[in-house]
Structure formats: structure tokens, C-alpha cells
Design a protein. Structure first.
Length: 695
């Protein structure tokens, strides 16, 4: 008999005892345990509970269970089930639905067990509900056992199992069931395709998508198309993505937000940002997710102005940004050192009300530290009720990079006292602070504590920091010994740190070794050639300098141009070395000429040691005069009122001469000047620098 509610005759002759049925595997008859009245068991005082009591007294258990399920009181509902001799299919369905909704595996197993001990023979609908409950509760083993036991399975049964296997990453088992199916629908295909995409097996996803297209009985729906587009985006195949786009247009698929978003994402990840924006603009129901994705694409492509402009459009659209939107924009502000815009974003967050414990707040801390405003970063941090590790780490690194290594290490000790566990990234900040302060022994102590005290594994980044610390302090032999004994292969950052130390201390032999290792790892990186040539130039080995330049030419390596930028009245001004393209170029050069005379009167001597060209000293000085950071600083001074803070950013490490010159400029012009180079922040004031000439 096929029915949702069939009971064995033998069961109807007995009084059901759930305690015996669930807790004992014995098949012998046992006396039924007496049960206390329901109203004394678990009910609270209240109108709803009084109603449930009355319903139970009147044996209206189904209605009582319904009320408890509405209140999400699952355990109490199951206790009432124990008092029902013959629960209906509807009762089981209601309970299983709540188990599924609450992901309550233990309670779901009790309901499943009850269907067996009560003599109820579930049909395919109830069996599928139990199956779905097991899958949603991540109990694949129980789901597979039930699936194998089911006397009757329908298409839904197979789909539930395939979807469960696919989501759990058990793709081989999912595909085996998929291939065994005599009947499939769109859900079957999409579950399998999306499973491949979710677990980075994109080629197989696209292969199955093509197989689906060959079946005339199936028309891809929006979820299938979205998965196929995601696979194309992941392998950055613009050709396949366009092919899928064409298929969408041919079959006349209703393009809702899901498909539009997937299309835009595909074009963006495949590098076709113009097409991505075209799709975005055509999307009717744009939500905050699609806005955020498009804004992030611009930033990832380096198209800063368009990213910020689109964020401005979002603010005008009436759609509220979420913390992901704010976090993406703030990260872009940090990358481009756009502090003024970052402050505006911060202000907007304050106006609409943001959670100070969210990761957007952590990104605010990061943004301010990267822009050199450590005070604002600390202010945001202090406003967080429970600062996370990201915020702690951002401030530690921020203090280190802003020339406050002592504060960085003090802050690390506060982190430990707070009970927060540091991770490997935190220790990169700590070791960097020791490097900037020249605290070699303290740095070694922290390095060893990573494993011995905190139980973490040393990473390549930790070793790179340690080599940087030792190399800068002149302990080059010790650094080389560590490189030879370390448990992992040295990476480019470690060798670059060693080469930088050799530049400072003029160790030609070790410099050659470090440079040769770097040439093997990344032969097209101009920084290695430039640093090695500078080392040779300092030693007066102009023949070796020429050989380095020949090697660069032979390999087609082009030196990365140094550029600096400064933001004045929300407009960014960019300068290259020797730049004459700026509208105020004449005034800048005249001002630098006057400054140069004043600086020499104050004792400034141009450092021409690192000038690569073997030319007259006067020409060397001339070459140094127009480095990009000097041009940016000069422009900042002539464009702002007296006493205004000057903040300049550079893509490369600032050279020794510029560092010395800007110290003199800060004293002569009576300005506080902040320069962020590729290494750290330099805060120049009254002839001194926060780095203490150690960078």
C-alpha cells in the first residue's frame, strides 16, 4: 500500500513507548513507563502555553505542535510528539520543516527515528524531507543511508543527493549519481555544474554545460548560465564568456539581476572593463552587491578616478552602501594615499551609522595608517568595542612604518595582555618595527618567540624580516648563515632584503650572490639591476655598472621610473624625475634653485655616490636636483599657505640625497613634510626625520 500514513497492525495493538523505542535496541516487550502530565513537564506561564495545555488535554496534539513550531520551540514540540499514538504525515512534515530551518540535526534524527518506531511508513514526500534535512545539516552519511533504504525515489530524491554531494565537494560521488539518473531536469544539471564551479573545477563545469546544450529537452535557466559565466570568469576566458552571452541572447532568457551581475563579473574578470560597465549600466535592478563589484573592478584595474566616481554615483542613487562597499573604497584610498577622500567616506559612514566592530571599521584603521595619520587610526581603534586582530596588526604596522617603532612594540605588548592571539602577519609588523628601530637583539627574541612561545610556524615573510634586520645592522655574515640553514627555499623578498643590506654596507661579494639569486627568480625586475649598479657606482666600479646596464638592455629590462604625487585641493599632481610637463614647472624649478643655495649655506652637500652616470660632479648634482619627490615637495610648498603640512607619496624607495635634502627643506621652509616611499613613512620636521636616518 502506497500512502503517507500506513501503520502496521501489530503496532496498533501496542501502546507506543518512545523512551523504549529510541533508547533501546531490544525487541522484547517491556512495561510502558508512566509519563507525567504534559503541562507539568516543560510549559511556561503565558497565554500561548495555556492554549497548548488545553489542546493537549483535549488530545489536539497536531494543533499544539503547530503552535510550538510557529514559536520555534522544536524540542517541546518533539516532546508532545512522544505522546501521540499515530502522528499524521502533516505533523511529521511540520516538525521536519522546522528541523531543516533551524539546522537541528539531533532533533531531526529523533523525528526520523520516531517515524520508524511508530510504525509510520513514509512515502516519497516525507522521505525527501528527511533526506533534505540531513543534507542541509551536513550529515551526508545519514542521507546516503536513507537514500539507499528508500523503496521509492523520485527525481527530487536524486537531485537532493547530487546537490548535497556537490556542495560538500564530493564531486566524484555526485557525478556517479548524476550519470546513473534515467531522468534529469534543469536542477540536476545546474547542481552538478555549480558544484564544479564552487570547487574550482571550471573546465569540467564548462564541459557539462556544453553537454547540457546538446540536449534539446533542457533549456538553461538563470542559475545554469550564472554558473557557466562564473567558470569562464575564473579561467579568464573572454571567448567562452562571450559565447555564453550569445547563447543567453539567442534563447531569450529573462535577464534578471543574477544574470546581469554574472555577465558583468565575467567581463570584468576577463579584463574587458568597458563591457562590464556597459552591462552594469543596462542592469535595471541594481543592488548594492552589483554596485560594489563594479566599483571594486575599477580599483583592481588601477582606474582610480572611475572607481571613486562610481562610488559617488552610488551615494546619489538612494542605495545604501554596505560594509563591503566601504571596505573596498577605503582600501583603494589606502592604496592611493587618498586621505581626504578616505575622510569623506568615514564621514558618510558616521552619518548613516556603521557598526564600530565591523570589518569596515578595521579597514578605516588600515586606511589611516597607510595615509600616515596614525592619530586618526588610533582614534578609530579606541572606538571599537572589541578590536579584532586585523585592527591590532594594522596599528602595529602603522606605528612601525610611521617612524614610531617603540609605540609599535608597546602596542604589541598591549595586544598580548588583551588576550588576543597574534598571527604570522602580526609578527611581520613587530619584526618590521625592530628593523626600523635597529633593535637587532629584540628582533631576534621576537623571532624565536613566534614558534617557542606562540606555537606558530615561521613563514618566509618572517625570515625576510629577520634578514632585513640583520643586513641593515651590518650583521651580513649572520644573515647569510641563516639563509643557508633556513627550512624553506629563500624567496625574492629575502634576497632583496640581503641585497639592500649589501648596498648600505658595501659588501660586493654578497651583493653579487643576492643579485644572481634574484636574476634567477625574476630576471625582468629592474630593481635588482638598479641596486646592484648603485653598489658598483658607490665603489667607483664604472665598468661593472656598464655591464649591468648591458645586461638590462640585452634582456629588455626597463628601469621603473620613479614618480611622486601630492594631493592639493582634492587634485592629485604626479611628478616624474626631471619632469617639465607640469603647468607650474618653471616656478617649481626656480624655487628648487633658490632652495639649493639656502641648503648649501646651511651645510647641505649633495650625495652623488649613487648617481649611475660617470659624468662631471656638477652634472651629477644637476641630476639629483630634479628627483620626483623634490619636485612634489617644492610644488606643495609654493601651492599652500605657510605652515601647511606637506604630504608626498613615492612609488620607489627614496634615495639618500633626497632624504638629506628634504631634512634641510623642512628646516628652511619651516614645514612638516611627510614622505611615504615604498618602504615606510618619513616624517621630516625641523631638519630631522622620524626614521632617524635608518631606512
Amino acid at each position: 500500500m502506497k500512502s503517507e500514513q500506513v501503520y502496521k497492525v501489530g503496532k496498533l495493538l501496542k501502546l507506543f513507548s518512545p523512551r523504549r523505542a529510541i533508547c533501546s535496541s531490544s525487541t522484547t516487550s517491556q512495561p510502558q513507563l508512566s509519563k507525567p502530565p504534559i503541562h507539568n513537564t516543560f510549559f511556561k506561564s503565558g497565554a500561548k502555553d495555556e492554549l497548548v495545555k488545553r489542546l493537549c488535554r483535549d488530545n489536539n496534539f497536531k494543533e499544539a505542535i503547530d503552535i510550538l513550531c510557529e514559536q520555534k520551540r522544536l524540542r517541546e514540540a518533539i516532546q508532545i510528539l512522544d505522546h501521540v499514538d499515530r502522528p499524521s504525515a502533516a505533523t511529521y512534515y511540520t516538525l521536519l520543516q522546522l528541523c531543516l530551518q533551524l539546522r537541528a540535526l539531533d532533533e531531526g534524527m529523533k523525528v526520523h527515528a520516531h517515524t520508524k518506531t511508530s510504525g509510520f511508513v513514509p512515502g516519497v514526500v516525507i522521505s525527501n524531507r528527511i533526506l533534505d534535512m540531513y543534507i542541509k545539516c551536513n550529515s551526508i552519511v545519514n542521507a546516503k543511508r536513507l537514500f539507499d533504504e528508500m523503496a521509492e525515489r523520485d527525481l527530487c530524491s536524486w537531485n537532493i543527493m547530487i546537490s548535497g554531494y556537490a556542495k560538500a565537494g564530493r564531486l566524484q560521488e555526485a557525478r556517479k549519481l548524476f550519470d546513473q539518473m534515467t531522468e534529469r531536469d534543469n536542477f540536476s544539471w545546474t547542481a552538478m555544474i555549480s558544484g564544479y564551479v564552487r570547487h574550482d573545477r571550471h573546465e569540467e563545469a564548462l564541459e557539462l554545460y556544453r553537454a547540457m546544450q546538446r540536449h534539446e529537452n533542457f533549456k538553461c535557466n538563470k542559475f545554469t548560465m550564472s554558473s557557466a559565466l562564473a567558470a569562464s570568469a575564473a579561467i579568464q576566458s573572454l571567448h567562452l564568456g562571450k559565447e555564453i552571452h550569445g547563447h543567453i541572447l539567442r534563447i531569450g532568457l529573462d535577464l534578471d539581476g543574477v544574470v546581469w551581475s554574472a555577465l558583468s563579473d565575467m567581463y570584468g574578470k576577463c579584463g574587458s572593463i568597458g563591457e562590464a560597465r556597459h552591462i552594469f549600466d543596462k542592469t535595471v535592478d541594481r543592488d548594492v552587491v552589483s554596485w560594489t563589484a563594479m566599483i571594486d573592478r575599477y580599483f583592481k584595474e588601477g582606474r582610480r578616478e572611475e572607481g571613486f566616481a562610481l562610488f559617488s554615483d552610488l551615494l546619489k542613487s538612494g542605495i545604501w552602501p554596505n560594509q563591503f562597499t566601504f571596505s573596498g573604497v577605503l582600501n583603494a584610498c589606502a592604496d592611493y594615499a587618498a586621505e581626504e577622500l578616505g575622510k569623506q567616506v568615514h564621514g558618510h559612514m558616521m552619518r548613516i551609522g556603521f557598526d564600530p566592530s565591523s570589518f569596515a571599521a578595521s579597514t578605516l584603521v588600515h586606511m589611516y595608517t597607510k595615509c600616515g595619520n596614525i592619530k586618526n587610526a588610533r582614534r578609530v581603534f579606541n572606538g571599537m568595542p572589541r578590536p579584532d586582530l586585523v585592527s591590532w596588526t594594522s596599528l602595529i604596522s602603522g606605528y612601525a612604518q610611521n617612524g614610531q617603532p617603540d609605540e609599535a612594540l608597546q602596542f604589541f605588548e598591549l595586544l598580548l595582555k588583551s588576550g588576543t592571539q597574534p598571527d604570522h602577519i602580526t609578527f611581520v609588523g613587530v619584526l618590521s618595527a625592530c628593523t626600523h628601530a635597529g633593535l637587532v637583539d629584540k628582533g631576534l627574541e621576537y623571532f624565536h618567540s613566534i614558534k617557542e612561545k606562540h606555537g606558530l610556524t615561521h613563514t618566509a615573510d618572517h625570515y625576510a624580516c629577520l634578514i632585513d634586520l640583520l643586513s641593515r645592522s651590518g650583521r651580513l655574515q649572520e644573515a647569510e648563515d641563516i639563509i643557508d640553514k633556513m627550512p624553506m627555499k629563500p624567496d625574492k623578498f629575502l634576497w632583496a632584503s640581503l641585497l639592500g643590506g649589501c648596498r648600505i654596507h658595501g659588501n660586493l661579494k654578497l651583493a653579487k650572490r643576492a643579485a644572481e639569486a634574484l636574476f634567477e627568480i625574476e630576471p625582468e625586475n629592474p630593481a635588482t639591476y638598479t641596486t646592484l649598479a648603485n653598489i658598483y657606482a658607490t665603489a667607483g666600479l664604472w665598468g661593472d655598472v656598464a655591464e649591468v646596464r648591458k645586461a638590462m638592455d640585452a634582456r629588455g629590462v626597463v628601469k621603473k621610473p620613479g614618480l611622486s604625487w601630492i594631493e592639493i585641493k582634492r587634485e592629485v599632481h604626479v611628478f616624474l624625475v626631471g619632469d617639465t610637463s607640469h603647468a607650474k614647472s618653471k616656478e617649481i624649478h626656480e624655487f628648487l634653485g633658490k632652495l639649493s643655495k639656502r641648503m648649501k649655506e646651511e651645510g647641505y652637500v649633495p650625495d652623488t655616490n649613487f648617481v649611475l652616470h660617470d659624468v662631471e660632479e656638477e652634472q651629477k648634482e644637476q641630476n639629483l636636483s630634479y628627483h620626483s619627490e623634490k619636485l612634489a615637495v617644492a610644488f606643495g610648498i609654493i601651492s599652500t599657505p605657510a605652515g601647511t603640512l606637506i604630504k608626498v607619496f613615492k612609488n620607489l624607495r627614496t634615495c639618500v640625497d633626497c632624504h638629506t635634502a628634504i631634512k634641510f627643506i623642512s628646516k628652511i621652509a619651516k614645514r612638516k613634510i611627510i614622505v611615504r616611499d615604498s618602504n615606510r613613512f618619513h616624517c621630516f620636521e625641523d631638519g630631522n626625520c622620524s626614521c632617524r636616518d635608518y631606512w
